[in-house]
Design a protein around this ligand. Structure first.
Ligand SMILES: Cc1ncc(COP(=O)(O)O)c(C=O)c1O
Length: 391
């Protein structure tokens, strides 16, 4: 990649932020838990938000804030995905979109497949929609993590009505192949089930050609699917509250039109403004620079773990800035993040929250300055009695 890597903001500036990453723990803790990034905003986003503040433009989101056109353009340009504009809807955030779509497609008490280990709010969201979580764990092989298609088919044969897919997958960074997604769509269609694909990490695939939006995987995928996404993960806009829901085909678009109008009304105006700016061509260069920085960091993390935590198992993610690391060989208990935070003063995400498969694991957010990553892994390495020289 030829883009210049983005520079993370200096730590003293980051400590002035008021978001959860920087306020949850005391200042001597390096925060690498929640999925916020340490970069400044893309210039087009800064401009539009600064202007809105100047104008006191803090009212309600208008009926057509431009999200539809901006998203359709981004999908075509950056993801190679042609989206019918009449299939695009918006709401406050990705998990709000997921819960509303689940409410449309399941009845209370229906089972919904989730593929563990997975982003912890998936469990709560299924329950919020009245469903019951049915776990079908990912299968781990030499080449990485994969959907257990036979397991999912069995769950659907047993009555599960929907699959909540994470594409790409948090926390493993797996980019599911087109073939896998098409096979999943066939399985769902045969069972009369719906696939809801959370694609918030899609723009963070290191090889953009490898990422297949679920709805573009096959004709069957378009018939059985919905996708929910946002610029919020890539462009660090989570607090602004805006996400996009996409219907695979006309019947799903009609279903989304039946949602209470409050669902769209929950979209934050600053979120809408920022998503439109993020999805505009003006932000493509910033996006490339972000990916250059993350490309370097995902490799740096592998080197650091090899030096300081040689017993840790880490597979470099194919998408995203989250690393799923098995540190069970160190004997730090089922939830090593607790000991690491207390004793090494590094806050990592708790593996067991992602499902039983997360016992002995931590999730590391590496969207930060390389020096901060060095310091964090060095601290954890010292806990392991490994190399302790600070960098
Ligand atoms: C897979 C996945 N979905 C959703 C979210 C959160 O999105 P939102 O804040 O828009 O609900 C995250 C945040 O890290 C995530 O990793």
């Amino acid at each position: 990649m030829s883009a210049t890597p983005l520079q993370a903001l200096p730590i003293d500036e980051l400590r002035q932020r008021s978001s959860t990453k920087w306020r949850k723990y005391p200042a001597d803790v390096i925060p690498m838990f929640v999925a916020e990034t340490d970069y400044g905003l893309a210039p087009a986003i800064t401009r539009v938000l600064a202007r809105a503040v100047e104008l006191g433009d803090t009212g309600y989101t208008p009926p057509d804030p431009g999200i539809r056109d901006a998203f359709v353009g981004f999908a075509q340009r950056r993801l190679g995905w042609s989206v019918d504009p009449s299939h695009v809807f918006w709401t406050g955030d990705v998990m709000m979109g997921v819960v509303e779509i689940l409410r449309l497609v399941i009845s209370p008490g229906d089972r919904v497949v989730v593929t563990t280990p997975v982003y912890p709010p998936f469990f709560d969201t299924v329950e919020e929609a009245g469903g019951i979580v049915e776990r079908v764990p990912l299968v781990r092989t030499e080449t990485g993590f994969h959907l257990d298609l036979d397991g999912i088919e069995a769950a659907l044969a047993g009555g599960a009505r929907a699959i909540l897919l994470c594409n790409p997958h948090n926390p493993t960074g797996t980019v599911h192949t087109r073939e896998t997604l098409a096979a999943l769509a066939d399985i769902a269609e045969r069972a009369g089930a719906t696939v809801i694909s959370d694609e918030i990490h899609g723009p963070l695939a290191y090889d953009p050609r490898a990422f297949t939006p679920f709805l573009a995987a096959s004709d069957a995928a378009a018939r059985v699917g919905y996708a929910v996404t946002s610029a919020s993960k890539t462009f660090n806009l989570a607090g602004l509250k805006c996400a996009v829901m996409i219907a695979g085909a006309t019947p799903q678009a009609h279903a989304l039109q039946t949602l209470p109008w409050e669902v769209e009304w929950r979209t934050g105006l600053f979120g809408a403004l920022a998503n439109v700016a993020a999805y505009s061509p003006e932000s493509d260069e910033w996006h490339d620079s972000l990916m250059a920085a993350l490309t370097a960091n995902r490799a740096l993390l592998a080197d650091l773990l090899a030096d300081h935590l040689p017993e840790a198992r880490y597979r470099i993610p194919d998408a995203g800035f989250l690393a799923w690391v098995d540190v069970s060989d160190y004997g730090w208990g089922d939830n090593p993040a607790t000991k690491i935070r207390r004793e090494a003063r590094v806050a990592l995400h708790h593996g067991p929250l992602f499902g039983d498969e997360g016992v002995g694991h931590v999730r590391i957010n590496f969207a930060c300055h390389p020096d901060l990553l060095r310091e964090a892994v060095t601290r954890v390495g010292a806990l392991a009695g490994g190399v302790t020289a600070s960098n």
